[in-house]
Design a protein around this ligand. Structure first.
Ligand SMILES: [Fe+2]
Ligand SMILES: [Fe+2]
Length: 156
């Protein structure tokens, strides 16, 4: 019997109400699913796949964090520093893991996929949700055009 492949499905409850950020979160979950799809248990094959995609994925994560941080700075989000620190620490953890794998540490793709999935989903549900809630308040309060974020950025 074939092993059941883990799959993360986008749900409306993950929506931040900001189009660009939602698209990036979907992209991150697509990557997690791609990792699960390539978790064959054959380390040689997993490594080949990992080497092919990992740098682009790290870049994607960095760009996503930079986008959120830009929105947070724009809206003067009070918990920006804590949020940014969490992003920075996660980026360091990922970069270190990648270096370890490249240096020969045993790579279990499924494990890495779970690690990424758990972090991304809980970060969206807790920290990103706080920021999104704040942004919705701000966007409503300053709907007179003073805010550099336009209505087009908001999907709900
Ligand atoms: Fe995020
Ligand atoms: Fe975030």
């Amino acid at each position: 019997m074939a092993k059941q492949i883990e799959h993360v499905t986008w749900s409306h409850s993950y929506s931040m109400g900001i189009k660009q950020i939602d698209e990036q979160h979907k992209g991150l979950l697509d990557f997690v699913n791609d990792l699960f799809n390539h978790a064959s248990g054959d380390e040689r094959q997993e490594r080949l796949y990992f080497q092919e995609v990992v740098q682009q994925a790290v870049q994607y994560i960095k760009e996503h964090f930079a986008t959120e941080e830009k929105f947070m700075v724009m809206t003067k989000f009070p918990d920006y520093a804590v949020h940014k620190k969490t992003h920075d620490e996660f980026t360091l953890t990922v970069v270190k893991s990648v270096k370890d794998f490249e240096a020969g540490k045993r790579l279990v793709l499924e494990k890495f996929a779970y690690f990424l999935k758990d972090w991304v989903l809980s970060h969206i549900a807790v920290m990103d949700a706080q920021y999104a809630q704040y942004f919705r308040q701000i966007a409503t309060r300053k709907a007179n055009g003073k805010l550099t974020i336009t209505k087009a950025d908001v999907t709900q």
